[in-house]
Design a protein around this ligand. Structure first.
Ligand code: PLP
Length: 485
């Protein structure tokens, strides 16, 4: 008997169109309902999650019914982060074309690891790399890889940096490991994002084995701070800078950092630009981003400000071959790695070679994340991405202005999409954040700033506009007046 005709599998085949339709309809209904609900989750929706605590079924069931349950019980317990009024963390929304591309890509079920597993993924990788390099003004030879998020992008770039600097000192880290390797100094700003520490820990350079240089009141590395360092001239050094401090959105002084790194015998400047890197796409922000493209590597996210779905991080490295040195893998069943930097490549220019993602990233099998990024870039174009950035920054400006006018203390220079405020002191700010959560119309979270609680608003969804931001600010003022100071 053909096992594919056994009852459960026959049923899976027969119900496939209905199940897919149920999934697509649930998705459409959810998105259509975003405008009619608050940003938070009601107490009732949280209680209803208990419905998921069922025994594991013994027998196959109806896939459409499973999706209906998912939508009915799960949907209301989602944060409306793709909506207009969610300002928590730095969580972007999803552009319609990104979501559509995600549907198609999921249906294709392509393994983006190698061109032979997905020719379309490899070709769209090549196009997307070229477009990103143009859009952001990065050096022409920059390699772009897609990983799960900015944390892994930071770790991937820093691993490539570690191995490149060790190679300059005559040591092969991928082959011989770090024990006995020549020392590499790591310099971080006091305002570095926590994922830099996590990345350094992951790649064996150590979270605490770093030299921390002071940051100013916006979390920027202090001008002149690197010049004060007393490092032996021949010591390789990785400098971890950032474009977009997670509370304030501030940028490090890149012109100076680039100059300092270039003055050293062996140095690598890495930039964590999880959201801020997209400022490069807006010609109006040239002052803010000055020097940024002179770094050696950049980490950013697609799932934050570019508004593609999770999980999409981008690790970008200006030195050809560096990612491959770190991440290449070989096995009898795999084709030998080729790519940028190959001298014996049959391709005239390095980037004509089909991109082998698994030899340039920590993963082997991988989602073809570039497809959503390609879809967004093709649909928005250069000016559309610039407008995505501007719209969020303008909305942040409206929030700040309105809140300032209502007696909030705005704690940051609003140079990007982040607004940091306090209502009264830390205690009354906490009370306001609780009130916002209970109210449910908006969502914004706490942070610690200057040793006290502050409230952080990040404008990262394409749906938020200066008008919706004004309305959100009015809600915040109303709730703040209820809390008092
Ligand atoms: C500056 C910065 N770096 C890194 C990250 C980590 O990004 P992800 O959560 O995508 O790994 C974030 C997240 O907000 C961030 O703001």
């Amino acid at each position: 008997m053909d096992r594919s005709d056994a009852a459960p599998f026959r049923q899976l085949i027969d119900s496939e169109p209905a199940v897919l339709r149920a999934g697509a309809e649930a998705a459409l209904d959810h998105v259509a309902g975003l405008g009619d609900r608050g940003a938070g989750v009601s107490a009732g929706a949280l209680v209803a999650l208990e419905n998921f605590d069922e025994p594991l079924p013994d027998e196959p069931g109806d896939g459409s019914a499973t999706l209906t349950m998912l939508a009915e019980v799960g949907g209301p317990a989602t944060m409306a982060s793709p909506g207009t009024d969610y300002f928590g963390f730095v969580n972007g929304g999803t552009l319609p074309v990104a979501l559509g591309a995600a549907f198609v890509t999921a249906a294709w079920d392509q393994n983006g690891a190698l061109p032979m597993m997905s020719p379309v993924a490899a070709r769209l990788h090549r196009v997307t790399r070229r477009w990103l390099v143009e859009l952001l003004g990065l050096p022409a030879a920059t390699e772009v890889t897609f990983v799960s998020g900015a944390t892994m992008a930071n770790a991937s770039c820093l691993a490539a940096a570690r191995d490149a600097l060790a190679a300059e000192a005559g040591w092969d880290v991928p082959a011989d490991g770090l024990l006995g390797a020549p020392p590499i100094e790591v310099v971080v700003g006091a305002g570095a994002h926590t994922t830099i520490g996590k990345s350094l820990a992951l790649i064996g350079l150590g979270r605490d084995r770093v030299t921390t240089v002071p940051s100013d009141d916006q979390g920027r590395i202090e001008p002149g701070a690197l010049g004060e360092l007393d490092l032996p001239d021949d010591r390789p050094v990785i400098v971890c800078a950032q474009a977009g401090e997670v509370n304030t959105g501030a940028f490090d002084p890149f012109v100076e950092l680039v100059d300092w790194c270039r003055s050293r015998r062996s140095a690598w400047l890495h930039v964590d630009g999880a959201f801020g890197l997209w400022a490069l796409a807006d010609p109006g922000r040239a002052d803010l981003v000055a020097g940024l493209t002179g770094a050696d590597s950049w980490a950013t996210d697609g799932h934050k400000w570019l508004n593609v779905s999770y999980d999409c991080g981008l690790a970008m490295v200006a030195r050809p071959g560096a990612l491959r040195r770190t991440f290449t893998a070989s096995a009898g069943y795999l084709p030998p790695a080729t790519g940028p930097g190959d001298t014996d490549s049959p391709f005239e220019t390095p980037f004509e070679a089909p991109f082998e993602a698994m030899h340039h990233t920590p993963q082997s099998s991988q989602r073809a994340r570039q497809i959503e990024v390609w879809a967004v870039l093709r649909t928005l174009g250069r000016s559309g991405v610039a407008e995505l950035v501007r719209r969020a920054c303008d909305s942040a400006g409206v929030l700040a202005e309105h809140l300032d006018g209502a007696g909030f203390e705005v704690l940051n220079d609003v140079v990007l999409n982040q607004v940091l405020v306090r209502w009264g002191d830390g205690r009354t700010t906490e009370a306001l954040i609780d009130a916002v959560e209970r109210d449910g119309r908006l969502w914004c979270g706490p942070t610690q700033w200057d040793g006290e609680t502050a409230m952080r608003l990040s404008v990262s969804s394409w749906r938020t506009s200066p008008d919706t931001a004004r309305r959100a600010a009015q809600v915040l003022v109303e709730l703040a007046e209820g809390v008092g100071r």
